[in-house]
Design a binder for this molecule. Structure first.
Ligand SMILES: [Zn+2]
Length: 347
């Protein structure tokens, strides 16, 4: 998109910051960012980068809103919850009101090895707004393989971590943590809770790193793993210099990308803090929500919009997206969720 001269006016305060300047602003306006996940971190990332004038934001999220998201997911309001729209759609609507001069592209989908290459296509940076290690290792694989910087962020309780990865220049996630922790072995925001301020701290650091990279100020990026604990007032910066020539790294040095190749990772996931299971069927395309609604009318309470259908039956809330994905609420048991899906939605 060509930069219109008058469109620079809104950025005067940040252009006045010398290390960014007008040249940096013009770079931002020409830049393209993928925001992977638009919940807590993703909301702050998208809000900050839209206001800063990153010219193109691709927002990807698999989920819809629940009332308990509003405590920390700052792009959304009560109307978004009651209207039942997916987060990516609600986020894009809000972002277009915030900055109508940039391009926003929303995707309601789960990021996995089948779609990540098309989602990162054309992007200059990948930003982690996810809540799970599987997607982060997939992002890391894609980043290293295709040489696109990414910025990790993760929060739990009052603690958060952030790290910037410039492929070929700084250690990658697998240089630091070679493997993802097995599912179920780490605390989640369900068990440990989450305070909103740490989200804002970590996502702001991520957004700031993005602004540095996209404006051509790579020298200014953080080359440490930063850890903030806001309740006990601790800040830790872990030096990564010794890992720079980490010749064992399966990603950086051996060029092995199991998450990207689909050998690691699954389509089925217990959703963090939701008492819900996501079921994904990559072969299934474009479910007709209208005919499904008719079929289910006698089974339970059905509500539907353009993006999804919801079936409340007994204590379970089954949400089906038009791409065939489903989120089964009321259980964290994957086999129970699969059984419910087969019973009500079909094979
Ligand atoms: Zn590495």
């Amino acid at each position: 998109m060509p930069v219109r001269e008058n469109s620079l006016d809104r950025y005067t305060r940040q252009m006045r910051y010398a290390p960014l300047g007008e040249d940096g602003q013009r770079q931002l306006l020409k830049s393209r960012a993928l925001i992977c996940g638009c919940g807590a971190l993703g909301s702050v990332l998208a809000n900050t980068l839209a206001r800063a004038g990153v010219g193109f934001l691709r927002i990807v999220d698999r989920d819809f809103l629940e009332k308990n998201n509003l405590q920390r997911q700052v792009l959304f309001d009560e109307e978004d919850v009651s209207s039942g729209v997916p987060k990516a759609v609600a986020a894009a609507r809000r972002l277009r009101k915030i900055n109508s001069e940039i391009e926003i592209e929303e995707h309601v989908t789960d990021v996995d090895h089948t779609n990540i290459e098309s989602l990162i296509n054309g992007c200059n940076i990948l930003l982690d707004g996810t809540d799970n290690f599987e997607t982060r290792y997939l992002l890391n694989d894609a980043s290293v393989k295709f040489g696109i910087p990414w910025v990790y962020g993760g929060c739990l309780g009052a603690e958060g971590k952030s790290m910037t990865i410039l492929p070929g220049e700084t250690p990658c996630m697998r240089c630091v943590f070679e493997d993802a922790p097995p599912p179920g072995t780490t605390a989640t925001c369900d068990s440990a809770g989450i305070l909103s301020p740490i989200i804002n701290v970590i996502a702001s650091i991520q957004a700031n790193e993005a602004i540095k990279i996209l404006s051509g100020n790579r020298d200014a990026i953080s080359r440490v793993l930063s850890v903030f604990e806001l309740w006990d007032n601790r800040i830790l910066q872990v030096k990564l210099d010794s890992l720079k020539d980490h010749t064992d790294c399966p990603a950086c040095h051996q060029r092995v990308f199991p998450w990207l190749d689909g050998e690691r990772g699954s389509h089925t996931a217990i959703l963090c803090g939701r008492n819900s299971v996501q079921l994904s069927y990559p072969d299934r395309q474009n479910v007709c929500l209208e005919s499904l609604a008719k079929k289910l009318a006698t089974v339970g309470t059905v509500t539907q919009n353009r993006f999804l259908l919801r079936l409340q039956v007994n204590e379970f809330l089954i949400t089906v997206f038009s791409d065939g994905r489903a989120i089964v609420g009321g259980t964290e048991d994957i086999s129970e969720a699969r059984t419910l899906y087969t019973k009500y939605i079909g094979n």
